[in-house]
Design a binder for this molecule. Sequence first.
Ligand code: PMV
Length: 347
Amino acid sequence: EGLEKGSFEWSAPSNIALVKYWGKKEHQIPANPSVSFTLNNCKTVTKLSFVKKESDNGFSFDLLFEGKEKETFKPKIQKFFERIESYCPYLKNYHFTIDTLNTFPHSSGIASSASGMAALAMNIMNLEKTLNPEMEESYFYSKASFLARLGSGSACRSVKGNVVVWGAHKEIEGSTDLFGITFPETIHDVFNNYQDTILLVDKGEKQVSSTVGHDLMHGHPFAEQRFEQAHENLSKIKTILQNGDLENFIKVVESEALILHAVMMTSVPYYILMKPNTLEIINRIWKYRSETGVPVCFTLDAGANVHVLYPQQVKEKVLEFIQQELVGYCQNSQYICDEIGKGSEKI
Ligand code: PMV
């Protein structure tokens, strides 16, 4: 209570879903469970400074992005504060300065909402823990993920590493719609340092915001089958993550990426978010895999960029393949090398 002013700084990474979250209910409750690899290099770093206020006159904060005032991001943060208000009543007692930057290029087509909301949630929980020092560590991380979820659904999977499940699933112990949990079983060694090379095919603004995208699942003709299928694919991935069966890993992961795009193509209104180069890359990956047997596969988010996933053991070979055959399909030859990582960190 006596805390007058101070600051914290946290980083949080992006994540890439293997089984996709697409469709939600009220209060950011997912329509189906999802699972993701937490990334390591694509991060948001956020410093939260706070000063106690004289009177409670609502939320007040300044927002700096890469050191400069950024008005355009403010409504999103304002909305986030309003959504978490009842869970964090102490927020109104302070004026905040949120100073944030991403380690990946701005408007690269990589969504920064997951890493950004997770980094902010960590800072807020750091403040709460300072006000309430007895707080248990498990509560700290669960509530951070719970708050991040209210900022952006997939952000709740960016608090912890290395594989995170969000959404209640009957075979995954402790799984809940309310926050992300670390995959509770032992993961096969083949997934240690698993690689994700992100090919930047189209760096433009998103054609469909994820808010609009999730809404398209309301009344979607295939919605129920899709949600059921996500449960089945999560069951399969659960087994695969434990036994290291890469052949089936590839089948589930690529299928999930194509399903995500298939439901967008069959929504009302409909969208095609892949670009010609996205398809070229997919075909090249399939050809390379069938010719060499190297277990490399792709996944996609709600956009044209391609995430190339492969074990660390084949990194050299795959990077050579990417440089020789795939880079030409990227905008300005740009790609980002990332890998599975540990989650948010205090700086
Ligand atoms: O967190 P949101 O609302 O931006 O939704 C993200 C949805 C996908 O990235 C397409 C899939 C996922 O599970 O991350």
